[in-house]
Design a protein around this ligand. Structure first.
Ligand SMILES: [Zn+2]
Length: 137
């Protein structure tokens, strides 16, 4: 199935409760999972967008940011329903990774073979005396 021709831009997305709504002015791009300590817990597949391709439509006051470790990456989630919608990357601050499960019309069957990116290897922290659960970010 050709995903790109199935979903029309702007791609629309929302959190579970619908307080946070957003639009992407681009096609799906560079779909991937990440194996860093945070993403492995969330488990979602993300699409890559430039910051200016992401538009928050509503829900500004429900958007919370989770940060840890280097406190550079910004992991946004809905404080009402808890769904992670997108995050600003530490490795590429001009990009967001957006949770494809939040996109209207996205079929989860499309992502069965999406590869993991090695986020855990990009950690800036000394791992020798730390719990492996707090790497990356
Ligand atoms: Zn929500």
């Amino acid at each position: 199935m050709d995903i790109q021709s199935t979903l029309k831009t702007p791609l629309k997305g929302k959190c579970h409760c619908g307080k946070i709504e957003f639009e992407l002015s681009c096609n799906l791009n560079d779909l991937k999972r990440c194996n860093c300590s945070h993403c492995r817990r969330k488990g979602f597949v993300m699409t890559t967008v430039k910051l200016n391709e992401f538009k928050l439509v509503s829900g500004d006051k429900f958007l919370k940011i989770y940060q840890w470790n280097t406190k550079i990456a910004k992991h946004y989630f809905c404080k009402n329903c808890g769904v992670n919608t997108h995050h600003q990357r530490r490795s590429k601050p001009d990009e967001y990774g957006v949770n494809v499960g939040c996109l209207d019309g996205f079929n989860m069957d499309w992502i069965e073979n999406i590869k993991y990116t090695e986020g855990i290897k990009f950690s800036l922290e000394d791992k020798s005396n730390m719990d492996a659960s707090i790497f990356e970010g």
